[in-house]
Ligand binder design. Structure first.
Ligand code: BEZ
Ligand code: FE2
Length: 404
């Protein structure tokens, strides 16, 4: 047994003083240190420094490790030029992305306190790195393919990757990711959702990321028209927005982006208990717009904060993402926004990814991120804000009770 004794502890979305936590691989008890050491006299004690804050380990719900080699190659500013640049540089970027590059990406997350991440995997190339990394990983095998002629081959490849991720173990659990409404044939989509439903696997899908995506699916026009004419010799989308969202009716899904979703679509997501992964820096860099989180709050749609991959970001440090979100969403009061953002990297993604962490509560995994504020905060209500502003790297990361 170990007892960790910070200055402040984040419990049930609030901050408390004098609350220590006893744990082995899971959290056993939460109480003041004096009571815990009587209850567990042989426990080892970890004492946080001055102004230390104990959080549950952070969860980055959406990252693409396979594109970690990109730094200055891809074209930012607008979605379609970016997508064209991905296609043009795909081979080079994938070849340049060796295990060492991906390990560096997982380490960057770890140093910012990320103890679990959702890896969106196109080819399965990062599976070995995910099994080796100290973090827990929900390995989202991505399904792609709008052209019916290639559907069976692509589906077979998807199933093989899914199987490999189910059997590798070492903290990796399998999930399913649907690439997007425009790139997945509805027949494939239904098969994959059925697997997620039957096997209770976490499910994720990019959805309504760019204005071009909306225009293509709604009006069969815009920049995606020339894209599909050029690469797929077609002028017709494979699905409509309503058909796409209704395919997920029976499985609570973590939809990524939703920046361009209409009020009616957001209402539908809310009604079906879906949630949203919000990637503010990716949205900014690809010219996709600002997700109106005030509408999500009003409609009661839970949202996580995630980095997306280095193909649309300049770092995987979760605090860089939280700071960006804090600056982007200038409407509304600041301290409550900061508290909501902390929920977006703890309890919200834990539920969306189906993992037993993201909260300091008895029975949850002993996954922690210990940070230190530079000085004593003015009030307990300010701790989330000050943590986001001042943290670059965490002091300690603990995963399943083990210091990393
Ligand atoms: C497709 O396979 O249909 C596809 C892939 C990437 C972008 C758009 C479509
Ligand atoms: Fe993504």
């Amino acid at each position: 047994m170990t007892i960790i004794k910070p200055t402040y502890t984040y419990i049930d979305n609030q901050f408390y003083e004098n609350q220590a936590v006893a744990f082995d691989t899971t959290i056993q008890a939460i109480d003041c240190y004096e009571n815990l050491i009587v209850q567990y006299p042989d426990a080892k004690t970890i004492k946080g420094g001055d102004n230390s804050v104990l959080y549950p380990g952070f969860i980055n719900s959406h990252v693409h490790l396979e594109f970690s080699a990109n730094k200055t190659t891809l074209q930012y500013g607008d979605f379609m030029p970016w997508l064209d640049s991905v296609i043009a540089n795909r081979e080079d970027l994938i070849n340049a992305c060796d295990n060492a590059t991906m390990e560096q990406a997982t380490q960057e997350m770890l140093h910012s306190g990320v103890t679990t991440f959702g890896a969106i995997s196109s080819f399965g190339a990062e599976l070995e790195v995910c099994a080796k990394t100290p973090q827990k990983v929900v390995f989202f095998n991505e399904l792609i393919g709008s052209n019916a002629a290639y559907a069976d081959a692509l589906y077979g490849d998807f199933l093989a990757r899914l199987d490999a991720s189910k059997s590798i173990g070492n903290g990796v659990v399998a999930g399913i990711a649907i690439h997007s409404p425009y790139s997945v044939h509805p027949v494939l989509l239904k098969r994959a959702v059925t697997i997620a439903q039957n096997e209770k696997l976490p499910l994720s899908a990019h959805f309504m990321e760019s204005p071009a995506e909306r225009e293509w699916l709604e009006h069969e026009s815009g920049e995606f028209l020339s894209f599909f004419q050029k690469y797929f010799n077609t002028s017709t989308p494979v699905t409509t927005i309503p058909e796409f969202i209704e395919s997920f009716d029976n499985v609570a899904t973590h939809f990524t982006h939703a920046v361009q979703a209409s009020d009616a679509e957001l209402d539908y997501l809310s009604m079906k208990n879906h949630s949203i992964a919000h990637c503010p820096r990716s949205n900014r860099l690809l010219g996709c717009g600002r997700l109106p989180i005030e509408k999500l709050i009003e409609k009661g749609i839970p949202f996580s904060i995630a980095t997306d991959g280095l193909s649309s970001n300049h770092s995987l440090n979760i605090f860089d993402e939280l700071r960006a979100a804090l600056m982007l969403h200038y409407l509304g009061p600041l301290a409550p926004l900061a508290q909501m953002l902390i929920k977006g990297v703890t309890s919200v993604p834990a539920k969306a990814l189906g993992v037993n962490s993201g909260e300091i509560a008895v029975g949850k995994a002993a996954d922690f991120a210990l940070v230190s504020l530079p000085h004593t905060p003015n009030s307990l209500e300010d701790i989330a804000l000050q943590t986001i502003l001042h943290t670059q790297h965490v002091d300690q990361v603990i995963i399943d009770g083990k210091s990393e």
